[in-house]
Design a protein around this ligand. Structure first.
Ligand code: PEP
Ligand code: MG
Length: 756
């Protein structure tokens, strides 16, 4: 088969369409000219365009060959007639004897009974069916694969005419009630609760194609090859910088890349589309649309993931072809931003204007990934592992993000919007209830007081201290201000910041955690180090001890900023007592230095270590001789305890914090510290979840530090428990060998009227 002859047909037809599309007539006139051109070029007696309207109706908008009176009269439901079937399945259909097909629906007003063969393709835009393009012939003929391809290519150009407006309203282009194959609700994993409504902003937006039809297809092929090469080189660089075999996203890209290196199908299909007359970026889009349509019919998760990777590659290739950058300037963002990304680092999230951020949707992500933690600090709902978000959500779509139920509703109907507004109002009322409990003590029914502290990392978090009436700041992540700057802050700049924090804390205790950089927390101005396992790599106290100047400057700034006031400081990722002692010596040096210079010394500095590395638990008794307090960083501790990457979505549900190993480990920490008389707190994410917090109190923890939004719900829980029976219940649980105690703890809470 000589596919060049087919290409040439498509190419000359596209050439004609280009002239029609650029013409000055109304969109309907242009649509009529388009169907006339297609009919004559494809030697079909009939060519018709059906456009999808509200209520999932396909309406005949233009025809060459059918009775003109049928235009706007012939309407088919989705799934009704052959046109309806093409729309519902989003697949082409080619029949030499259309009338014998069981779905054929005869419409007398069209006069179509004399046409026997039919070939139709969906008009797809971003995976959505916006209409159907059909050709018909009198004879019982077979349409070739090339003809089907040609019609698909033309349909893609038509999709732009439909989307360009003037034919149907935008609302109709995005109907709210769904087709089975095009879901309007996506499910994911709850990363942060809450509900929000806002406008979709894609973190790496798809490019806007301004020209679909190429002027010189040969030159376009060269452009495509250059783009492919650039993309491949960029992926090579990415792989080189990730180190081989580190798992996670990079490994997936590597796998995908290899797949394309071996399977030329994808690139081959793009080249073919360019040969048929499309521009390189439009050709990528065409293949991408076909892939999306295929994706909707595949349930095998592995194949779907591979197709999602193709989607990612298509996006990369389009960016290389157009040279478009992906950063959206702040003033071009809508007021209510719902951000959508495959995954992102915490600094990337902070690049966005937080006053506009309403919610975050990630195609990947896990509860303890840093981006989720930062989002929690921003108090926005987050739905992670939301497969299909990037392909099914378009920029500017209205979205409802239901973090409580881990759902995203795309272009919700009006009643859903009303219901969401109601939920938001209820939430405000609930907050008001927590607010009214603001001054009540966090005391159990049997009179045990639990210290509730908040985690913070940005100055903007500080007002929450008063609003939530937390007992203090149990974890101030000092690296966050470093991450959102373009250069390293000087000692004076840091000191100003620490002073403002202590001023705003207004006498309440503050625990500063020294810089925890490395891992997924990179500073834009420090050279990136290539590590196979960054979470277990050169990070936190390890960097601080190897490059002591950074730690010295930070401690100097803390002493300076405190200006005589007391504060606490703790070191992250301590693996052994010797490391803690080395860090403490640096603090002593800085205190001496400050003294020699006649600075006002803080009344008291309490020095602590974070328990995040399991090895430290085996030396906790000796550590306790040197620390004023310890704080359990359960996010890191649990990932190392279970050897389970906290950022890997595949492992997010694998191990439960409410399981025997996790709780027994925490009980051990509690025993040793209690025996030594050292205060112990817990500041990982689990402390902010009422059910987990209940278990922690049952174990014996009395100091919990959490995201400010959790203080109200956790306090409400504390006030409903009776700590005596709870602690008996928890110690009894620890003797059992369940995978998780989650449901048993839930039942206990329900039976004892505990609000979790
Ligand atoms: C932790 O690991 O639990 C912790 C509080 O530190 P971070 O989440 O910042 O690593
Ligand atoms: Mg940590």
């Amino acid at each position: 088969m000589d596919d060049r002859s087919g290409d040439t047909g498509a190419r000359s037809l596209l050439g004609r369409l280009r002239i029609v599309m650029a013409g000055s007539g109304s969109p309907e006139d242009r649509l009529t000219e388009v169907v006339q051109s297609i009919a004559s070029s494809m030697k079909a007696e009939v060519c018709s365009t059906y456009i999808r309207r509200a209520g999932d109706i396909l309406e005949l908008y233009a025809t060459e060959g059918l009775f003109p009176e049928a235009v706007h009269r012939t309407r088919l439901r989705l799934g009704e007639g052959l046109v309806g079937v093409i729309a519902a399945t989003a697949r082409p259909l080619s029949l030499s004897d259309a009338q014998s097909h069981p779905a054929f629906a005869y419409r007398p007003e069209t006069g179509e009974e004399i046409y026997h063969s039919l070939m139709g393709v969906p008009i797809l835009r971003s995976g959505q069916v916006t209409g159907v393009l059909v050709v018909q012939n009198r004879s019982r003929r077979h349409y070739t694969d090339e003809e089907i391809e040609t019609l698909q290519t033309v349909a893609m150009v038509l999709a732009e005419l439909v989307a360009g407006g003037g034919l149907v309203s935008r609302d109709e282009l995005h109907p709210t009630e769904g087709i089975a194959t095009l879901p309007h609700r996506l499910d994911g994993l709850r990363l942060n609760p809450g509900v929000a409504i806002g406008i979709a902003v894609l973190h790496q937006p798809s490019i806007v194609i301004s020209q679909f039809v190429a002027e010189d297809p040969e030159a376009e092929l060269v452009r495509l090859d250059v783009g492919i090469e650039q993309m491949q080189r960029a992926i090579d660089r990415l792989l080189a910088s990730s180190g081989l075999g580190d798992g996670g996203e990079h490994a997936d890209i590597l796998e995908t890349y290899r797949m394309f290196a071996e399977d030329r199908g994808w690139l081959g299909r793009i080249r073919e589309a360019v040969r048929s007359g499309l521009t390189a970026e439009a050709a990528v889009q065409k293949v991408r649309d076909d892939t999306r349509a295929r994706m909707k019919q595949i349930s095998d998760p592995y194949v779907r993931e591979r197709l999602a990777d193709l989607e990612d590659l298509a996006n990369r290739l389009q960016h290389h072809l157009t040279g478009e950058t992906t950063i959206i300037p702040s003033d071009q963002l809508p007021d209510d931003v719902v951000l959508i990304a495959r995954n992102m680092g915490p600094a990337e999230l902070l690049d966005y204007d937080r006053r506009r951020l309403r919610a975050l949707i990630l195609e990947e992500g896990s509860p303890t990934s840093h981006v989720a933690i930062v989002a929690r600090a921003l108090d926005i709902p987050v739905v992670g592992r939301c497969k299909g978000a990037l392909s099914q959500i378009e920029p500017d779509d209205l979205l409802v993000v239901d973090g409580d139920n881990a759902q995203v509703m795309i272009r919700p109907s009006e009643d859903i919007q009303v219901a969401v507004e109601q939920r938001l109002a209820e939430r405000r009322t609930r907050r008001a209830v927590y607010q009214s409990a603001r001054n009540l003590p966090a005391m159990t029914q049997d009179g045990v007081t639990v210290g509730l502290y908040m985690n913070a990392g940005l100055l903007i978090d500080l007002p929450e201290l008063d609003a939530s009436n937390a007992d203090g700041i149990g974890l101030y992540r000092t690296e966050l201000p470093f991450m959102i700057r373009s250069s390293f802050p000087s000692v004076i700049e840091q000191a100003h910041l620490y002073r403002r924090i202590l001023e705003q804390a207004n006498g309440k205790p503050v625990v500063f955690r020294t810089l925890d950089i490395g891992g997924d927390k990179l500073l834009p101005y420090l050279p990136e180090t290539i590590e196979e396992n960054p979470a277990m790599g050169w990070r936190a106290i390890r960097i601080a001890l190897d490059r002591p100047t950074m730690l010295r400057h930070q401690l100097r700034a803390l002493i300076l900023g405190a200006f005589g006031q007391s504060f606490s400081v703790m070191f992250p990722m301590v693996a052994e007592t010797a490391e803690f002692l080395a860090a403490r010596r640096i603090l002593e040096l800085e205190l001496q230095r400050a003294k020699q210079r006649g600075r006002k010394l803080p009344e008291r500095i309490q020095v602590g270590a974070m328990i995040e590395v399991p090895s430290l638990i085996f030396q906790l008794d000796t550590l306790c001789k040197h620390v004023d307090f310890v704080s359990v960083g359960s996010n890191d501790l649990m990932q190392f305890l279970f050897a389970s990457d906290r950022g890997n979505p595949r492992l997010a549900d694998r191990y439960d914090l409410l399981s025997p190993p996790a709780l027994r480990c925490l009980r051990e920490i509690l025993h040793v510290t209690q025996k030594a008389g050292v205060r112990v707190s817990i500041c990982g994410e689990m402390a902010g979840n009422p059910l987990e917090a209940m278990a922690l109190i049952g174990l014996g923890f009395r100091h919990l530090s959490m995201t400010p939004g959790s203080i109200g719900p956790v306090k409400a829980m504390v006030r409903t428990i009776d700590s005596g029976p709870l602690s008996l219940f928890v110690s009894h649980l620890l003797e059992q060998s369940d995978h998780s105690f989650r449901s048993k703890l839930h039942d206990y809470a329900a039976d004892h009227g505990i609000t979790v």
